[in-house]
Design a protein around this ligand. Structure first.
Ligand code: HEM
Length: 179
C-alpha cells in the first residue's frame, strides 16, 4: 500500500483525535516500518489494518465508518494532487464507470506497485450505475466514501446501496442512483 495512504491517514487521526492517539495506535501495532511513513514509500497493507483495528479499539468507531470518513478526506488529496485526471470528466457516473479502465490505469503508471481494487461495470445508464467491487483488502467503505465525494465534486448527490456478495467484503455490489 502506498505511503501517501498512511501519511494522510495519520494526519487525519491527528486532526480528529490528537497526536497522543497517533502515538498510541502506532505503539499498539506491530509495524515493520516502525510507523515512520513517507508519501512515496510502499508498506504492507497489514500495517494499515493494525492501525485501523487499534483506532477502532480506542475510539469504539467501527472500521467501516473510519474508512468512510478517511476516504472523504482522501478525495480532497486526490483533487489537489490529480486535478487533470478528475477534470477530464463532466459527470460523476462517467467518472466512476471509468475508474477501472482509465483512472486506476493512470495511477498504475505513476505507482507500478499500487494495490488497486477491481471494478466491473454491470449496468450503466445516464443516472445509474451498478458496479462490482473486488479486492482482497475489502476496503469497500473506502470506495463508498470516494463515491460520495465524487458526486459532491460535481455538485450532485446520489443514493448508494452496498450489497455484500461475499461475507468478508472482498466482493461487493454497488448500486448507485444519481438524485
Ligand atoms: C483521480 C482519481 C483517483 C486516484 C488518483 C486514485 C488513486 C488511488 C491510489 C494511489 C490508491 C492506493 C493504492 C495503494 O495504496 O497501493 C487507490 C486505492 C483505491 N481506490 Fe482509487 N484513485 C482515484 C479515484 C478513485 C475513485 C473515484 C474510487 C471510487 C470508488 C476509487 C477507489 C479506490 C479504492 C476502493 C481503493 C482501495 C484499495 C482496494 O480497495 O483494494 N479510486 N486509489
Amino acid at each position: 500500500m502506498k505511503g501517501i495512504v498512511f501519511t494522510e491517514f495519520l494526519d487525519l487521526v491527528e486532526n480528529k483525535f490528537g497526536l497522543v492517539m497517533v502515538d498510541k495506535i502506532i505503539s499498539q501495532s506491530k509495524l515493520e516500518s516502525g510507523g515512520a511513513y513517507t508519501a512515496i514509500g510502499t508498506y504492507a497493507f497489514s500495517e494499515m489494518l493494525q492501525l485501523l483495528k487499534n483506532l477502532n479499539k480506542n475510539t469504539g468507531i467501527a472500521i467501516d465508518d473510519l474508512l468512510l470518513v478517511y476516504a472523504e478526506h482522501f478525495f480532497s488529496v486526490l483533487e489537489n494532487s490529480y486535478p487533470a485526471l478528475l477534470n477530464q470528466y463532466r459527470d460523476p457516473i462517467e467518472l466512476l464507470a471509468s475508474i477501472e479502465n482509465h483512472i486506476h490505469v493512470e495511477v498504475r503508471k505513476i505507482y507500478p506497485d499500487a494495490e488497486l481494487p477491481e471494478f466491473v461495470v454491470l449496468e450503466k445508464s445516464k443516472n445509474s450505475l451498478i458496479m462490482l467491487y473486488r479486492s482482497n483488502r475489502a476496503m469497500h467503505h473506502f470506495g463508498l466514501g470516494l463515491m460520495n465525494k465524487t458526486f459532491e465534486h460535481f455538485n450532485s448527490t446520489a443514493e448508494i446501496i452496498l450489497e455484500k456478495i461475499k461475507e468478508d467484503g472482498t466482493e461487493v455490489k454497488f448500486i448507485i442512483h444519481k438524485n
